[in-house]
Design a binder for this molecule. Sequence first.
Ligand code: FDA
Length: 300
Amino acid sequence: MLKDLFMGLSKNQFLNTAAKKYGLKLGAQNVVAGTNIAETIQSIKELNSHGIACTVDNLGEFVYKEEEATEAKEQILEVIEAIHENGVDAHISLKPTQLGLDIDYTFCLDNLREIVDRASRYDIHVNIDMEDYGHLQPSFDILDDLSREYDNVGTVIQAYFYNAQENLEKYKNYRLRIVKGAYKEPKEYAFQEKKEIDSNFIKLIEWHLLNGKFTSIATHDHHVINHVKKFVKAHNIPNNKFEFQMLYGFRRDMQLELAKEGYNFCTYVPFGKDWYGYFMRRLAERPQNLNLVVKQVFNK
Ligand code: FDA
């Protein structure tokens, strides 16, 4: 029930707009690296000092105006320049809807092309994050279009979709992030039971580790992480073929530990004023994250 409540709240545009005005509140500062690029570069430097790479996400949702999509693109171009100028170990994660996918496909593609082109000059990878089912195919189409010109792009496979294995095989030669899936999807397209999602998640990870180019295993689930550790050992899969990823602010001790153990580790670093939807989805998938809010309220 709490999951549905937070998922519903994540789509509330009024609260989203209000949140942008008031800055990081309610404990969001624990899971969002900063509201501007300078703060974010500082957070990245800190993580890099522990041997942790980063993927940077300029937060943004509900973009239906061209000016807003263009503003988001400019911000991401600035991040790319800042990554290059500061020589930090980081790449880009972005969401097509923030760059105009709900406005016009070609407009969105042009925005992404500009970003991927700039990133390619500095050998910076760009990951196309995956959103809900309605945006799945157009996002793959964007990847197809961009990869005719560039090889610094990759995407995400969400294990809750029935067609995940099919897409995994189709895109096996890309750098792929595999996740369980964060949106509420209908049973026509997606597994609903945690057990089914978890088992498909493991199946996809194993398949891509054995057959794919490079696998980013993005999860906070220690059962999955421990399984992967055993699997790579048993199959002699070298460390340079995969990495673990977690979100900024979650299971920090485990992030440091995995990096210390010698695994490639990459932290997903969200930043910006548009933190509200992201934060609500994190509360939806793990209501225990509410303790971040409670701590904040009582520490005032
Ligand atoms: P899940 O939430 O299922 O938890 C499993 C178990 O792990 C829990 O029961 C608990 O034991 C333990 N656990 C989990 N979190 C914990 C915590 N904070 N502290 C202690 N124990 C904890 N989704 C999407 O649809 N598109 C995308 O592009 C992305 N991108 C992405 C990038 C990265 C880096 C990550 C980590 C995740 C995403 N996701 C995503 C989100 C993803 O789909 C998924 O919703 C979340 O990662 C939650 O699922 P988990 O696999 O983390 O474990």
